[in-house]
Design a protein around this ligand. Structure first.
Ligand code: ACO
Length: 329
């Protein structure tokens, strides 16, 4: 008997959405200054590359942003929402403790019955979610997946802590991932090291009708910086080896958009030309699990990333978590 042909998964559409309120460094510095917090456009640009971020209105939730990105990805893929049989939302800022933001996106799309769940791996969330969807498609558990990264990080920022509140923004990105006869996703790799829980966390939790502990983001920036630079290099090399490709095969690198210095150092270590690095951190800030699909969608819509190009995604974030995905678009 002829063995069945291997089943592949391929990205067929991308989409993204940013809340309209765009805040410049100067605007943020002025509003923080009113509370006695000193920062400046010059410090933020020099240390991070960030110039703007978007903040959602207080009533706008993770699933509100996520569903807008999903609608755009579905339209780009020319995919009927009713055909979707899996929805995964990567987020650390879901609408509520439960149900998942994915169930809310499903309801807002008006598609009922398919599997829907959230993945929580902080800024590595989209790479984790894409890897899970890829595995589910390859094993026949799903055929058409919506993979979304959506965050309202403004809700968990401490606007009295200048070392963190200037870094993050809100937004969402999404892809449609479909079963295919030809390879799209070539390899993925995921890692975590729980010894580093304390360097990047929101330590509070809900208990007995109250928030116990601090519900705002804490980060040891220099410690995260050092770890990020080292794991992004090693995971890039191992995902390339898994896919039997080399650095020279990479047309585009989309690392998690946290800090331009980390991103440029990653591209340099991989000997990639600077123009192969997709960077949106200057205009979006760090949107955690949304940063990679937002950057991917922007580059696809600008016509920079084209069908057939080989793209590497790299996530890194709280946990400590990290991972990479290599695909042909
Ligand atoms: N404005 C002005 N000065 C500031 C600000 C600010 N917003 N923030 C810090 N400073 C000061 C500090 O107080 C310090 O002053 P001192 O020298 O008098 O003590 C000085 O600037 C230098 O501070 P550092 O923390 O050493 O600055 P660094 O160059 O390390 O940059 C940063 C900090 C941007 C946070 C960097 O460490 C970084 O990007 N870390 C990695 C973040 C990251 O990659 N996160 C990814 C995952 S995110 C997630 O998973 C949610």
């Amino acid at each position: 008997m002829t063995p069945p042909l291997p089943r592949h998964s391929r990205i067929t559409g991308t989409g993204s959405f940013l809340p309209p309120n765009r805040v410049s460094n100067a605007q943020l510095a002025a509003s923080l200054g009113a509370d006695g917090i000193e920062t400046s456009d010059a410090w933020i640009v020099e240390r991070t590359g960030i110039r703007f971020r978007h903040f959602a209105e207080a009533t706008v939730t993770c699933s509100d942003l996520g569903v807008e990105a999903a609608r755009r990805a579905l339209a780009a893929a020319d995919c009927d929402p009713q055909a979707i049989d899996l929805i995964i939302v990567a987020t650390s800022t879901p609408d509520m403790v439960f149900p998942s933001a994915a169930c809310m996106v499903q309801e807002k799309l008006g598609v009922h019955g398919c599997a829907a769940f959230d993945v929580q791996a902080v800024c590595s969330g989209f790479v984790y979610a894409l890897s899970v969807a890829d595995s589910m498609i390859k094993t026949g558990l799903a055929s058409k997946a919506l993979v979304i990264g959506s965050e309202v990080f403004s809700r968990i920022l401490d606007f009295k802590d200048r070392t963190t509140c200037v870094l993050f923004g809100d937004g969402a990105g999404a892809v449609v991932l479909e079963a295919s006869d030809t390879p799209g996703i070539l390899a993925t790799e995921l890692h975590a090291d729980g010894r580093h829980v304390g360097i990047l966390c929101v330590p509070g939790t809900v208990s007995g009708g109250k928030v116990l502990g601090d519900p705002l983001l804490k980060m040891d920036g220099p410690a995260v910086f050092k770890l990020a630079v080292s794991v992004l290099d090693s995971v890039a090399r191992s995902v390339l080896a898994k896919a039997d490709r080399s650095e020279a095969d990479v047309d585009w690198l989309i690392p998690h958009q946290a800090n331009i210095r980390i991103m440029q150092s990653t591209a340099k270590k991989l000997k990639l030309a600077p123009e192969k690095l997709i960077a949106t951190v200057d205009r979006h800030g760090n949107t955690s699990a949304a940063s990679i699909p937002l950057a991917l969608d922007e580059a696809v819509r600008e016509g920079r990333i084209k069908r057939g190009d080989t793209v590497m995604l790299e996530g890194v974030g709280g946990g400590f978590t990290w991972g990479a995905a290599l695909f042909d678009l």
